[in-house]
Write a protein that binds this ligand. Structure first.
Ligand code: NAP
Length: 389
């Protein structure tokens, strides 16, 4: 097993976390920062952060860095920023983790990544971690079906969601991070939104009226919406709104069912929360990182599925430019929704192509072959701690 550089794991929960000995040179940092300030007048001078913070390069914070999407985001940020042919600038990563042993197992040891121990439910720790941060990719959730999360952490997440949903990281954490970054000028090398949130398709569907649920049955009567465990869709919807209300520039990416057995493919975007389908976590991570560069992603919320067999575009600028800003009335126009629904239902995986016949925990392939899913028959599923496949 790889040994993780212990001096790169810092505690945000116990102040101070600054290790001057690990700074290359404070003088160099200051002069480089001043040079950057002259070059880009709009760029706000920020205090030297708690990490090895050379403000010549942007700092990207990843919340939920040990998660299955989060760790891929960290890897991609590092690998893409080192690739001279890639548009992603050289950058540094602050990887937030509540479990640093897990971080040591799943995150790379790299001079450009610093792991910081931080519970996202601890507001003062989050505030310390956000100092000197230029952008955030949010991949965390209090409701995890990951087999590599500790049972205690899973239960804590469940308890927070059930007992105090407004204090869950999905709402309070996002709101706080949005407010902390709001008003700061963006780093010139990262023209996209300051906060990129990995949310979920289907978050609005529990609020649809009966008429809309019947009209778009193949989107509304799917297991995650039917069962909505612990009200997670409502919590994530409120988390989205908390981020929008924070005033920060944001983009909200809503992947459909995450399934790592689904081959990579072109991410297809839609709006109006009508999409059903699959995408693997690598494709989601690619998209979350790409969005940091995309000015046209700002202020937008969109769903995504992946179409295997179609290559990923070199850039998603064109796709994003065609999307509407949040609040644009045409997103909920019924003719627009009808047309999108008709198209997107044709992209549903499998042969049966009736997602409303799925049980939670059942795959489209199991439905096609008449097999029962891992949580039991439709309508009799055992209460899941897990999300759908
Ligand atoms: N499953 C699906 O089909 C599906 C579909 C669409 C969207 N999504 C969304 O996609 C996102 C990423 O999913 P995923 O599979 O990568 O999730 P995951 O593997 O469960 O990762 C969740 C991350 O959040 C972290 N976390 C939870 N509570 C925390 C706290 N209090 N403090 C610090 N960190 C905390 C976890 O830390 P630990 O590593 O310590 O547990 C983990 O790193 C989630 O927001 C999910 O809701 C899922």
């Amino acid at each position: 097993m790889r040994s993780f550089q212990a001096d790169r794991i810092h505690e945000a929960n116990s102040f101070p976390s600054i290790r001057l000995g690990s700074f290359p040179s404070l003088n160099i940092i200051k002069s480089r920062t001043a040079a950057r300030f002259d070059q880009h007048k709009a760029y706000t001078f920020q205090a030297v952060s708690t990490m090895v913070s050379d403000k010549d390069v942007p700092v990207v914070l990843v919340a939920g860095a040990t998660g299955r999407v989060g760790r891929k985001v960290v890897n991609l940020l590092l690998s893409r920023s080192k690739d001279p042919d890639d548009k992603l600038p050289e950058l540094k990563v602050k990887a937030l983790a509540r479990d640093t042993d897990k971080a040591a197992r799943v995150l790379p040891s790299d001079e450009n990544v610093e792991v910081i121990k931080c519970d996202l439910g601890d507001a003062s720790a989050v505030a310390r971690c956000c100092k000197g941060v230029d952008a955030v990719i949010w991949c965390a959730t209090g409701f995890s079906d990951s087999s590599d999360s500790s049972l205690l952490n899973k239960l804590l997440g469940v308890a927070r969601l059930k007992l105090t949903p407004r204090q869950s990281i999905d709402i309070a954490g996002l709101s706080q991070i949005g407010k902390l970054l709001e008003g700061q000028a963006s780093h010139p090398d990262l023209p996209g939104p300051r906060v990129v949130m990995c949310s979920s398709a289907a978050v609005t569907r529990p609020t649809w009226n009966e008429e809309k649920k019947m009209r778009y049955e193949g989107a509304a009567d799917i297991p995650i919406v039917r069962l909505n465990p612990l009200g997670i869709l409502d919590v994530k919807r409120d988390g989205e709104q908390a981020l929008r209300s924070s005033g920060v520039s944001y983009a909200i990416v809503r992947p459909c069912g995450l399934n790592d057995n689904w081959p990579s493919g072109r991410a297809v975007f839609s709006q109006g929360d009508i999409a059903v389908g699959r995408i693997n976590r690598e494709d989601v991570a690619q998209l979350l990182v790409q969005v940091l560069l995309e000015k046209d992603a700002q202020g937008k919320t969109f769903e995504c599925v992946a179409l295997p067999g179609y290559p990923s575009p070199k850039s998603c600028s064109l796709q994003l430019a065609r999307l509407k800003l949040d609040g644009d009335a045409s997103i909920s126009n019924i003719d627009v929704l009808d047309a999108q629904y008709a198209l997107l239902q044709q992209l549903v995986p499998g042969e049966t192509m009736q997602p409303n016949q799925l049980a939670m925990g059942q795959t489209y392939e199991q439905l096609d072959s008449g097999q029962v899913g891992r949580l039991g028959k439709r309508g009799q599923e055992r209460p899941p701690l897990a999300r759908t496949d």
